[in-house]
Design a binder for this molecule. Structure first.
Ligand code: ATP
Ligand code: MG
Length: 213
C-alpha cells in the first residue's frame, strides 16, 4: 500500500517539511533542485508528488494523491468536492485583501456606488466578498502578477494575498480591505481515508500533534 502526498514547491513544501518529519517522513530529494515530479522518501510506502498549488485539490479529489496540502484560498476556489479537510496546518499564513493604487480613493468609489473593475486569480472569493457588501464589480480573471493590473489601467482594484505588504508597497499599492485570513490545510481523499486508514490515520495524528505543539 503506497501513500501519495501532493505538495507544491516553495513555501508550502518548506513549511510542510517539519510536519512530515514529525510523521517520520523525509524526502530523499529537494524539489527546488530536482527535476523529478515524483519524489521518493525514506519510507518505501510514501512518495511525494510536486504539482502547482492550484492543482493540489484536483489530484486529491480524483485519488491520484491520497493526501495534499493546499491553501484556503485555493480550496475555496476549487470548492472542496470529494475532499476531507481534517486539519488546519497553520502554515503559509497570509491575508486575502483588496488593494488599489495609492492615489485611488476606494472608500469614495464604493460610497458613490461606482462599478469597480477588479482583477484577481480569486474570482469566487472576490465575487462573494463584493456581493456581500452590495458592491457591483466587473471581475477580470488573472493567473499571476495581479499587482500590475491597477498600474496599467486594467483594473481599479485587485484581490490578492498579502503577508508583509512589501510587494504592494513596491508597486505603489495599498491594501484597503481584508477579505479573510489564509493558511494551508491538509486535504485527504475520502475513499483513500477508508481504504488506507491504517496507514493514513497515524500520519494525520502525527501532523495534528506537530501542529498543536
Ligand atoms: P504558482 O506560482 O504555481 O502559480 P502560487 O503563486 O499560488 O502558484 P505560491 O505563491 O507558492 O504559489 O502560493 C502557494 C500558497 O501559499 C497559496 O495558495 C497561499 O495559500 C500561500 N501563499 C501565497 N502567498 C503567500 C504569502 N505572501 N505569504 C504566505 N502564504 C502565501
Ligand atoms: Mg507564486
Amino acid at each position: 500500500m503506497t501513500i501519495t502526498i501532493a505538495l507544491s514547491k516553495g513555501r508550502i513544501f518548506e513549511e510542510t517539511l517539519p510536519l512530515l518529519a514529525a510523521a517520520g517522513i523525509t524526502p530523499l530529494e529537494d524539489p527546488e533542485s530536482s527535476r523529478k515530479l515524483i519524489l521518493p522518501t525514506n519510507r518505501d510506502d510514501v512518495r511525494l508528488i510536486i504539482v502547482r498549488a492550484t492543482d493540489v485539490p484536483t489530484y486529491v479529489q480524483y485519488g491520484a494523491a491520497d493526501i495534499g496540502v493546499a491553501g484556503k484560498d485555493v480550496l475555496n476556489e476549487h470548492g472542496g468536492e470529494g475532499l476531507y479537510q481534517p486539519l488546519d496546518l497553520n502554515i503559509a499564513k497570509c491575508r486575502m485583501m483588496v488593494a488599489v493604487r495609492n492615489d485611488f480613493d476606494y472608500a469614495s468609489a464604493v460610497q458613490q456606488g461606482a462599478r469597480l473593475r477588479v482583477a484577481t486569480k480569486y474570482v469566487r472569493a472576490a465575487r462573494e466578498h463584493f456581493a456581500s457588501k452590495g458592491v457591483y464589480v466587473d471581475l477580470i480573471k488573472l493567473y499571476g502578477s495581479m499587482e500590475l493590473a491597477p498600474l496599467v489601467g486594467l483594473s481599479d482594484a485587485i484581490v490578492d494575498l498579502v503577508s508583509s505588504g512589501g510587494t504592494l508597497k513596491a508597486n505603489n499599492l495599498k491594501a484597503v480591505e481584508e477579505i479573510s485570513h489564509v493558511s494551508s490545510r491538509l486535504v485527504v481523499n475520502q475513499a483513500s481515508l477508508k481504504l488506507k486508514r491504517s496507514a493514513i490515520q497515524p500520519m494525520l495524528d502525527a501532523f495534528a500533534q506537530a501542529v498543536n505543539k
